[in-house]
Design a protein around this ligand. Structure first.
Ligand code: GLN
Length: 445
């Protein structure tokens, strides 16, 4: 076993060993088939943004997705209709109530959010239904793409839910009576029951969570399942509403967007970091897996995964702040050195985002001598420039140019340039020396 596989798998195994003996909680029995689950089953799985899979215990054991389907069908609705349209039908406010509560807004009858049953039934009903592409087919296809493999329905659980699903039917009729249900309540609930009966494993759920964490791109298949803004919207609603009436406590203590289901599945997503899933069917009073809750809570604490946790700042962005006369390539003649003294040089490294771009621009401002003639920005060791950072650096450099300074960038691939940027583009050079030479050239003075 390699070093990484060993370390991550060890962490999962450790959680498994620690919580496998916990036998608190009850099997869900209001759907009779769910009461047949093995109460001892316990699986954990984690998938990284590079698609590395780690698991332990019953991570390959199939069970029905139940409410863990809700964020993914919400993602599908957002993809098809957009946030504004979906929000007309279902709100995004934590209800503070149980998953099957009558969480409907006064007057409009709009469900509180898409994570409680009322909102999930509406979300399901929003998915278009055409002869060529029936509603449930779209949903199954979407869940499968999130999981990275073709999923199917557990017909026995489906039949069992149909028999005992009166509360969900009642909810659907109630919503319909005030308006915000675009289709027949019977049809809406049947599709919702089928969606809840889709069979998955903990590894599937980890892939689904990892896809949301990875901006909508499945890290196993490379498939763009939903657009990045949709993935972010879904994670936001999972963070505030995913754990029903324990959502606040979960965000406080565990600090990760999450979703639970009554068959014992639980997912948590670390944005841009990992997808995590557990399976253990003994549930607490809110319908959340007892062992899953403890395992994910413990992992979050141990590995510092809480979203609001203040991580050490990423490796320093700015690696050099000086003036050109201090560079080894500077000339020795006094007159020339005086010119070189008036050119600021800043070098950066790593991936540039908003925070990193702010650091670079601040360094440029700090270093500018009184009578600056130019600045050189060395991006040779920068691995990636985000859209926001690019716009910030461009406008920072443009401001200097407008001020009559020369601005040169050591950036052989011209990553700060824009298609058709023309005169507004910064001057890009292959090396730092060439950029400095252009900035310090006689006519610059
Ligand atoms: N199918 C279940 C229901 O609607 C899903 C509930 C859940 O997993 N919390 O009652």
């Amino acid at each position: 076993m390699s070093a990484a596989t060993g370390a991550v798998t060890d962490a999962l195994r450790d959680l498994h060993a620690r919580f496998a003996g916990v036998d608190e909680g009850e099997l869900a029995d209001y759907i009779p088939q769910l009461a047949l689950a093995d109460p001892g089953a316990f699986g954990l799985a984690l998938i990284s943004m590079d698609g590395h899979r780690y698991s332990t215990g019953d991570a390959d054991v199939p069970f029905t997705v139940q409410s863990v389907s809700k964020p993914f069908v919400y993602a599908l609705a957002l993809s098809v209709l957009g946030l504004e349209e979906v929000s007309r039908w279902v709100n995004a406010e934590p209800s503070g109530e149980a998953f099957n509560a009558i969480s409907l807004e006064r007057v409009t009858g709009r469900p509180a959010n898409a994570m409680v049953n009322a909102g999930a039934i509406v979300t399901t009903a929003l998915i278009p239904d055409t002869p060529a592409s029936p509603r449930f087919g779209r949903i199954l296809d979407c869940l499968s793409r999130f999981a990275g493999r073709t999923l199917d329905v557990d017909e026995q659980v489906y039949a069992s839910e149909v028999v005992t699903g009166d509360r969900n039917r009642a909810l659907a009729y109630l919503i319909r009576s005030t308006g915000p249900l675009p289709v027949d309540p019977v049809a809406a609930v049947e599709t919702y029951f089928r969606q809840c009966s889709v069979r998955v494993t903990a590894l599937d759920l980890a892939a689904m969570a990892a896809t949301l964490a990875n901006g909508g791109v499945n890290p196993l298949t490379g498939d763009t399942v939903v657009a990045e803004p949709v993935a972010a919207q879904v994670l936001a609603v999972m963070a505030t509403c995913g754990m029903y009436d324990s959502s606040g406590d979960w965000l406080l203590r565990v600090g990760l967007p999450a979703k639970s289901g009554v068959s014992g599945g639980l997912i948590a997503a670390g944005p841009a970091r990992f997808g995590l899933a557990t399976y253990s069917p003994l549930l607490d009073r809110t319908g959340t897996s007892v062992r899953g809750h403890r395992a994910i809570g413990t992992l979050s604490q141990r590995l510092g995964l809480h979203l609001m946790h203040n991580p050490a700042l990423a490796a320093s962005t700015v690696t050099l702040v000086t003036t050109a006369d201090d560079l080894p390539s500077a000339p020795t003649g006094e007159r020339e050195r005086a010119r070189y003294e008036r050119v600021a040089v800043v070098a950066a490294q790593g991936a540039l985002d908003f925070t990193a771009a702010e650091r670079v621009l601040f360094a440029l401002d700090e270093q500018r001598p009184q009578d600056t003639v130019g600045v050189v920005l060395d991006l040779l060791r920068v691995t990636d420039i985000g859209t926001v950072a690019r716009a910030m650096l461009r406008s920072g450099l443009a401001r200097l140019t407008a001020d009559g300074r020369r601005a040169a960038v050591a950036d052989p691939d011209g990553r700060l340039r824009e298609p058709g940027g023309g005169a507004a583009d910064p001057r890009c050079f292959a090396t730092r020396e060439e950029a400095v030479a252009w900035c310090t050239a006689e006519q610059a003075g």
